[in-house]
Design a protein around this ligand. Structure first.
Ligand code: R5P
Length: 289
């Protein structure tokens, strides 16, 4: 097995290679003067199980093209099997046609990726409405969860009396993590008006006075979901509020917004390289490989 580190995931790919006791292959990636992509593997891959590691953030379009180039290149160069590890799989939030005429990006991206690889491994993907992932991608998709490593991190490093999910879908993270750390879970309700305007509210009475709350979610993108949750928790008297997410996209000054809203700390997994990525998922991925 040989692990190929594409440009968004060189650090994570070399950790996976080390943990899986496999060889690591760097990719030379550059652009021609006209903007065309150039990709070259710096080791031989003939006869190997080639594992391409590419997170789809930042620059999801470029990341997707690079991953497809890498997969096709692996086959051309004689790979016997090709797996794509996409620690963060972009496009999965548009997993349905919410308004007439919209492209269902999750299905399109899935079909495109699956056409070129034998298997996809990802971590806590969104796409709750996507249905049968194997059918959409046309190949097996292994969906890992970072809940275990996130919970271990919280237990070691964060004061925590209650684990909070900021919206209905976040029970998938909040509840198992709360069970692991032995604390109660509270799941809020969210109404999203636009990509940049959300409201959160409690669905039941909860006394948070003097308590340390930890908000857990899959993604921090613009940060508005977390900001609104922090405000709601502080209003109810929480002593501190920390934020943990699997995927830290942090667009439009999200991290600064979270700090200004009073987050005691903000931590993510390293599925996307960012300054807050203290939770390592390389072990999980290596084990799955
Ligand atoms: C949405 O359902 C996700 O679970 C996250 O809550 C959302 O993607 C966060 O986005 P933002 O940081 O832009 O509010």
């Amino acid at each position: 097995m040989i692990i190929i580190g594409c440009s968004n995931s060189t650090g994570l790919a070399s950790r996976i290679a080390w943990k899986a006791k496999s060889r690591y292959c760097a990719v030379e990636k550059k652009y021609f003067p006209d903007g065309d992509l150039y990709v070259r593997f710096l080791k031989r891959v003939k006869g190997e199980h080639v594992v391409i590691v590419q997170s789809f953030q930042p620059k999801p379009q470029e990341a997707l093209v690079e991953a497809v180039w890498a997969a096709v290149n692996a086959w051309d160069l004689g790979a016997k099997k090709v797996t794509l590890v996409a620690p963060y799989l972009a496009y999965m939030r548009q997993d349905s046609r919410f308004h007439a005429g919209e492209a269902v990006s999750a299905r399109i991206a899935g079909e495109l990726i699956g056409h070129h690889v034998d298997r996809v491994i990802t971590v806590d993907p969104h796409g709750h409405r996507l249905g049968d992932w194997r059918r959409v991608f046309g190949c097996p998709v292994t969906k890992l969860t970072a809940n275990g490593v996130v919970a271990e991190y919280i237990e070691r490093k964060m004061p925590c009396d209650v684990v909070v999910g900021p919206d209905e879908e976040s029970y998938q993270w909040a509840e198992p993590i709360a069970a692991y750390v032995g604390m109660p879970a509270v799941v809020l309700k969210k109404k999203r008006y636009t990509a940049r305007r959300v409201e959160v509210r409690f669905s039941r009475e909860v006394d948070l006075r003097g308590k340390h709350a930890v908000i857990t979610d899959d993604i921090i993108s613009t940060g508005h979901t977390m900001v609104e949750a922090i405000k709601a928790l502080r209003k109810r008297g929480a002593k501190s509020v920390s934020c943990v997410a699997v995927h830290g996209i942090f667009v439009e000054g999200a991290l600064q917004k979270l700090k200004e809203a009073g987050a005691a700390s903000v931590v993510t997994a390293n599925t996307i390289e960012n300054s807050q990525a203290y939770i390592d998922v390389s072990g999980l991925i290596a084990e799955s490989l």
